[in-house]
Design a protein around this ligand. Structure first.
Ligand code: PEP
Ligand code: MG
Length: 323
């Protein structure tokens, strides 16, 4: 079975009815990108930069970050989507406000970066400089309103002007996108799309915030439910809003890597998946056996069901379609 999967490495993911799907990889450490190349990922859909900052005393400087970003860019063919610092809540370095009684709802991710702008500027400078050397994209975590996008764009413009003054190169057209991982962002997606070059669905947090269940609290992890009708509704709205606005929509949360959900996600119109390299070939295989038009029909019918049991049964049948 593994050998058979290995043979899919260089194949393009196309469904039986001709829908082209992009298979990207998530990486946490620059060296993980070797695994991404090994499974034939078409690029990096999520590079989690907080790991550069964790388990050390000082924050990494511009040159160190630049070296790390360049390394990832060189290690894979295709676009590399680098997420700006997503610290706070489940990912801490001790710099965040300790007084927050509710860290997941507190000063984390983009909120922390927009407050500690020196920290953010250093990262943006490194990202922009790296963008001169490859297809780099910037992805912003935990966006919940337009203002955060405007402020970030403004900072990026300032950093670009600075780099020009310093005689340093960057890609002036570098795409900037938002993670959709807060229900407010999914609900406001048609408006956010006007300020974004792409969306990426972060289902780990989207599920946590939609279902009001702390993702790191073992007492309530039974509430974690990617198939909850509210979660699927938000995913569907995000995909539709992105496509209506003509921007790409990918999914980089864990849900994208589970082949039990592949039929459903194709049925919802998702055509860009990003996941741990270890899952890429399995999910690709499922996609290559799928009839997307048929899955869209089935998904639409299931999501319209108001009887909870029929809804679950429908999704259960769908989860077995491609495995
Ligand atoms: C997510 O929230 O789905 C996500 C991809 O980001 P993280 O798991 O790093 O919060
Ligand atoms: Mg997240």
């Amino acid at each position: 079975y593994r050998r058979m999967l290995g043979m899919l490495k260089d194949e393009t993911a196309v469904s039986t009815d001709g829908v082209r799907v992009h298979m990207m990889a998530n990486v946490e450490l620059p060296d993980d990108s070797a695994d991404a190349a090994e499974v034939g990922a078409e690029g990096i859909g999520l590079y989690r930069t907080e790991f550069l900052y964790m388990n050390r005393d000082e924050t990494p400087g511009e040159e160190e970050q630049l070296a790390a970003y360049r390394r990832v860019l060189r290690s894979v063919d295709g676009p590399v989507t680098i997420r700006t610092l997503d610290l706070g809540a489940d990912k801490t370095i001790g710099r965040e406000a300790k007084t927050s009684s509710n860290p997941a709802l507190g000063l984390r991710a983009i909120r922390l970066c927009l407050k500690e702008t020196d920290l953010f500027r250093t990262q943006l400078r490194a990202l922009l400089r790296a963008s001169a050397e490859g297809d780099l994209r910037i992805m912003l975590p935990m966006i919940s309103n337009i203002q955060e996008l405007r402020q970030t764009r403004h900072l990026i413009d300032e950093v670009m002007a600075e780099l020009r003054r310093d005689g340093l190169e960057y890609d002036p057209k570098l795409p900037v996108g938002a993670m959709i991982e807060v229900p407010a962002a999914a609900l406001a997606a048609p408006q956010l799309a006007r300020y974004c070059d792409f969306f990426s669905l972060g289902t780990n947090d989207l599920i946590q915030y939609t279902l009001a269940m702390d993702r790191v609290d073992d007492e309530i992890n039974y509430l974690y439910d990617p198939l909850h009708p509210a979660v699927l509704q938000l995913i569907r709205m995000t995909i539709e809003a992105g496509h209506a606005a003509g921007i790409g929509v990918s999914m980089c949360g864990e849900m994208a890597s589970d082949k039990r959900y592949t039929a459903l996600l194709l049925g919802l119109g998702l055509t860009e998946f990003s996941m741990h390299p270890a899952s890429v070939l399995e999910v690709k295989r499922a996609i290559m056996g799928a009839d997307v038009a048929d899955l869209k029909r089935a998904t639409r019918e299931i999501l319209a069901l108001t009887d909870a049991q029929s809804y679950r049964d429908g999704l259960d049948a769908l989860s077995h379609r491609l495995v």
